[in-house]
Each structure stands twice: as C-alpha cells, then as structure tokens.
Design a protein around this ligand. Structure first.
Ligand SMILES: NC(=O)c1ccc[n+]([C@@H]2O[C@H](COP(=O)([O-])OP(=O)(O)OC[C@H]3O[C@@H](n4cnc5c(N)ncnc54)[C@H](OP(=O)(O)O)[C@@H]3O)[C@@H](O)[C@H]2O)c1
Length: 290
C-alpha cells in the first residue's frame, strides 16, 4: 500500500508522521509545498509524477480570517487544486482522503450536525472548503471526506498552544463564550483514518463506504470553557472572562453551534472516539514532552 500525504508540516500531516513512525503499515511518502504546491497551476502534473494507491490531503488554506481578503488563493488551494487532485486519483484509481470543516454547516441547528444536515457556509474559507468537497464528488473518484472541527495538536498553530502562550504574559483573558463545538485531537483523527484505510486495503474491490464523514472528539464545549480546562490541567492562574462573538469581531463569521454528530463514522467503521477532555490531556502531555 503506497500512501502519499500532502501538507506534511501541518497539524494533521505531522500527526500522521508521528503515528507512522510508531510502526503503522504501508509505504508512506510525505510531501510539502516545495514538492506539490496546491497554489501552482501545474499541481496536476506535480501529482501525476508520484505513484500511490491512497492520497491523503492534509494541505489546505486554513487562515480563516485572512481568507476574507486572500480570496483567490483560498479558492485555488481549497477548491480548484482539490478538484485537480481528485482527477488524478480517478486516473490512477487511487482512494482520495480529504479533510473539510464543521464551518460548512453554519445553519441554525442547535442539535449535533449530521453529514446530511444543511450546509450554509458563510466565510470564504468555509465556502472554498465546501466547493472543494463538491469538486471531489463531481470528479467521480473514490473518496473519503472527513469534516472535522477545532483541530488541536502539539504541532503548528491551534487554540491550546495560543492559550499557553498567552498565559505566559497575561493573568486574565477575554475568550468567546457563545460558540459551542468540540475539539479534534489531530492524532485521534489520524488514527481513525489509519483504521479505515486498513479496512479499505484489505479488499479495495469490495469496499463501498465512500462518502462524507464527520469526525471530532466526543462531548461539547465553548471556547471559554475549553480555555478554563487547559489552565486547570496546567494549574495556571489565569482568569477567563467570557465575551460574545460579536464583541470579538473577527473578520470571518463563525457558527455559534458546530457540534458534529459522529455516529456515522463510529457505526460504519467500528471506531471508538475519546471524549475531548481526555484527548486534551494527551495533547497537553505531548506538548510537555516535546
Ligand atoms: N485547524 C482547524 O481547526 C481545522 C478545523 C476544521 C477543519 N480543518 C481542516 O483539517 C485539515 C488539516 O488542518 P490542519 O489544522 O492540519 O492545517 P494546518 O496545520 O494549517 O496545515 C496546513 C498545511 O497545508 C500546507 N499548505 C498551505 N498552502 C499550501 C500549498 N499551496 N501547497 C501545499 N501545501 C500547502 C501548509 O504548509 P506550510 O506549513 O508550509 O505553510 C501546512 O502544512 C485541513 O483541510 C483543514 O481545512 C482544520
């Protein structure tokens, strides 16, 4: 099984590298944008030069607020290039594993979002990610798309690392309290993907579980309570003051409720997903040991 991973330096890309080092199966190749650049018009040729049975695309334009003014690049990377990657997967009869976001839903539901729930993306990032999903589906390739939320890890940029950094110089912080979701420990997502591709590879001819799946850790939380839990675990004396999304006034709109219903992935592939509090503890332990 030859597996090609794009975006090796991101949170998810590094989580795959960490797991693979720990003895997972397959021949893995990890690339960054110097080898395969999703902003390059020739991305298709760059990908065609590689042989693989499974493509895992961890690369994306993920700067949600910056995307509001960097519109062309966000669409190029998250939508147009993704469509071209899917065309190559079709040509090579390879499985395309791709990641999308809870922000594609952004509807007024206040109950956990199912894969078939209404999608109503509001910002450029979310719109470009949904368009990327649609380009994959339209290509006719074999695909698994995982919609995930609030990704955390010991790598790259994320909320946990930002809170720890801010705690070094602040005794009180204002944190948004009216958005509810669930963190996703990137390593738990990568582990789930490994489990699924093992099932796929046992018999690719009979595998029929293609489609869109939600994945996050279980439970739900607001950003301010997540911050409190981080400071509590680390025994940091930081007061958290709740503020509203409107007061925070970020350039891009975020959904107030984006808890993902993960029943489909759990029942289809027999995956047990840890609660976010337990995942957060592992994330913080890994950060301490780095
Ligand atoms: N982070 C979240 O909270 C979150 C939430 C929901 C969904 N997701 C989705 O989950 C997936 C993984 O996210 P993540 O948090 O691991 O992202 P990340 O840490 O921001 O990593 C993104 C990766 O994409 C690479 N990249 C950017 N532009 C590229 C280009 N033109 N060509 C090739 N590679 C390029 C980056 O390379 P450099 O490091 O060299 O720039 C980086 O390695 C993405 O699809 C994202 O949309 C993330």
């Amino acid at each position: 099984m030859r597996i090609l991973v794009l975006g090796k330096n991101g949170q998810l890309g590094q989580s795959f590298q960490h797991l693979v080092q720990n003895g997972q199966i397959g021949q893995w190749t990890f690339t960054d944008k110097n080898t395969i650049d999703l902003s390059d018009a020739n991305v298709k040729d760059q990908l065609l030069a590689h042989d693989f049975d499974i493509l895992i695309n961890c690369a994306a334009y993920t700067a949600v607020d910056k995307a509001e003014t960097d519109i062309d690049l966000a669409y190029q990377i998250n939508s147009l290039a993704v469509g071209k990657l899917a065309e190559v997967c079709l040509e090579k009869n390879a499985l395309f594993v791709h990641f999308s976001t809870d922000y594609v839903y952004h509807n007024s539901n206040r109950t956990p979002l199912k894969e078939e729930s209404l999608t109503l993306p509001q910002g450029i990032y979310a719109k470009s990610k949904l368009e990327g999903e649609n380009n994959i589906i339209a290509s006719g390739c074999k695909y698994l798309i995982f919609r995930t939320s609030w990704v955390i890890s010991p790598y790259g940029n994320n909320f946990v690392k930002t809170m720890l950094r801010l705690a070094e110089t602040n005794h009180s912080l204002k944190i948004v309290s009216d958005q509810k979701g669930a963190p996703t420990f990137a390593e738990d997502l990568a582990s789930a993907i490994l489990h699924i591709i093992k099932i796929y590879y046992k018999n690719p001819q009979v595998f029929d579980k293609y489609g869109i799946y939600n994945f996050s850790n279980t439970g739900e939380v607001t950003w301010d309570d997540l911050a409190r839990e981080i400071f509590n675990i680390r025994k940091l004396d930081v007061e958290v003051h709740p503020i509203s999304t409107a007061e925070y006034n970020a350039p891009s709109s975020r959904p107030l409720y984006s808890v993902l219903d993960t029943e489909k992935i759990r029942s289809t592939f027999g995956i047990e997903i840890p609660h976010w509090k337990e995942a957060l503890q592992r994330c913080l332990r890994q950060l301490s040991s780095n």
